[in-house]
Ligand binder design. Structure first.
Ligand SMILES: Cc1cc2nc3c(=O)[nH]c(=O)nc-3n(C[C@H](O)[C@H](O)[C@H](O)COP(=O)(O)OP(=O)(O)OC[C@H]3O[C@@H](n4cnc5c(N)ncnc54)[C@H](O)[C@@H]3O)c2cc1C
Length: 478
């Protein structure tokens, strides 16, 4: 490939147009005097099924719009590999996710603050949740009314009603608004939709920002190498249409490439665990042992039931889905103790990273998963909806049989890898509480890799909150 062509300088260069990158780029470019470049490896989000909430399935294995990662063989799930889809498109994973809008609990963020992340307690994050969402219900002191991301109540369904009734019989309360003061309880999900269409971060944050003359989005543009002057990161090299380009960031470079790729972008120029760098024959620019460590994910145990009546999505969409009426109930350990890693696959920046989740490695995760399975099976109101259990089968009864079934077949990801560039203090922290990479001026990481502990929720809302807070901190620091 010919040497990189230098392009015009920008104040900020943001890598990755996913949930974080879209918000950060929107907020920074709101100042007309600030020149912002956003690089996205994937294409524009023109594919019509992205915008249809039910089009989710069409994106799951799409060869151009999805990175289609696979984990290493994981001993915790009987040596199986998990398929990890990630969005490769404007909007990133928010363009193909399940649309569930769950912030996480007050306690999650208080925990972050207690780990040394000053300013990230509940009072520190709430304004950013409120500023980015638009939800017509709930307590206005806690919920946002005019943010960019539209949130709507989920549609009612008789199977869900039966589930909620079953939960009541088990003594689990109804949560009036699980994104309000109290998360605990059962409720219909709140969904990222506006007037029936998916609200990806691209639709919510990029479309309005793209009208600004100081904002440039480049698609099909894959960042391959960070550039340095001394210790300072001054921009990067990216590949587009087979050519290399070099772009300078007069103020900062921001990595928002999701939990799996920022570690790779750091390790390639020699920022990471010294031992890992040497293993790949790479010089050590900065020994940051936490890069790629602390990976966490939510693992679901999927119980499959045959429905007693034809009321499921399969029945509604009979023409193209299968023959059986069935539904699934998942149980999750929302605060896992197991930790995995993400490592360089090779020194080639185009190679996929190597992910080892280490699922169910800690006893608490196994015990909590088992308790969840037992509790679901005990709910009487569900009985009227169940024609039979599909998985696990009748032969799976004792605790060790349930665990064996979960490890060998029933457990799978719900797509929330996080924590691989953790924020905090001490040697394991990769970024400080202002998301600056420790020891590397001019470089921040702002995506779900910075979570010191995964939120006990789906991760999109928290990603968007962090994006909004990151931009506010950059403005303050200036
Ligand atoms: C199938 C699925 C279902 C999910 N369901 C839900 C849900 O219902 N609710 C919820 O809250 N969360 C859900 N999530 C999780 C949530 O969507 C993600 O946590 C969130 O979108 C992550 O945001 P991010 O900015 O960290 O990464 P992403 O949104 O994945 O963005 C990263 C972006 O960076 C780009 N990129 C990567 N490397 C480079 C590079 N070198 N150069 C340029 N660009 C690059 C990628 O192409 C991508 O666009 C789901 C995720 C998946 C995959």
């Amino acid at each position: 490939m010919s040497p990189p062509k230098p392009s015009a300088p920008f104040d900020f260069v943001v890598v990755g147009a996913g949930s974080f990158g879209s918000v950060v780029a929107n907020r920074l470019s709101a100042d007309p005097a600030t020149r912002v470049l956003l690089l996205e490896a994937g294409p524009r989000d023109d594919y019509k099924w992205i915008h249809v909430p039910g089009g989710y399935g069409r994106m799951m294995f799409h060869p151009e719009l999805n990175w289609r990662f696979e984990t290493e063989a994981d001993p915790g799930i009987a040596g199986r590999r998990n398929y990890w889809p990630r969005g490769k498109i404007l909007g990133g994973s928010s363009a193909l996710n399940g649309l569930l809008w769950v912030r996480g609990q007050r306690e999650d963020f208080e925990h972050w603050a207690s780990l040394g992340c000053r300013g990230w307690g509940w009072e520190g994050v709430l304004p950013h949740f409120r500023a980015t969402e638009s939800f017509a219900d709930g307590d206005p002191a806690l919920r946002g009314r005019d943010g960019e991301i539209g949130v709507e109540a989920g549609e009612r369904h008789e199977l869900v009603d039966a589930f909620l009734a079953g939960a009541r019989e088990c003594g689990i309360p109804r949560a009036a608004d699980y994104n309000g003061a109290e998360q605990e309880g059962v409720a219909y999900f709140q969904i990222n939709k506006r007037q029936g269409a998916r609200q990806s971060c691209s639709m919510a944050f990029l479309r309005p920002a793209e009208k600004r003359p100081n904002f440039t989005v480049e698609t099909g543009a894959r960042a391959t190498r960070l550039l340095f002057e001394g210790a300072r990161c001054v921009g990067l090299e990216y590949e587009q249409n087979g050519a290399l380009h070099e772009v300078r960031a007069a103020r900062e470079t921001i990595l928002s490439a999701g939990a799996l790729q920022p570690p790779q972008l750091l390790v390639l120029p020699g920022i990471g665990p010294a031992e890992h760098l040497r293993e790949h024959g790479m010089p050590v620019r900065l020994d940051l042992p936490g890069v790629g460590e602390n990976m966490q994910d939510h693992l679901q145990i999927r119980l499959l039931f045959r429905a007693s009546r034809p009321v499921t999505n399969n029945d509604l969409a009979k023409s193209w889905l299968g023959r059986n009426s069935g539904f699934t109930i998942s149980t999750l350990q929302l605060r896992p103790e197991s930790r995995g890693t993400v490592r360089l696959g090779s020194a080639d920046p185009r190679a996929a990273p190597r992910m080892q989740p280490n699922y169910l490695a800690r006893p608490l995760d196994v015990e909590t998963s088992l308790r969840g399975v037992r509790r679901v099976a005990a709910a009487p109101s569900l009985a009227a909806c169940v024609a039979g259990k599909h998985a696990p089968g009748r032969d799976v009864q004792a605790d060790d049989e349930v665990i064996h079934w979960a490890r060998s077949a029933g457990a799978t990801t719900i797509f929330h890898p996080a924590g691989t560039c953790r924020m905090g203090t001490g040697p394991a922290a990769v970024v400080d509480e202002r998301l600056r990479v420790r020891g590397v001026p001019g470089l921040r990481v702002a995506d779900c890799s910075v979570m010191p502990m995964i939120v006990s929720a789906d991760t999109n809302a928290a990603c968007i909150m962090i994006g909004d807070k990151c931009a506010a901190m950059i403005r303050e620091d200036a």
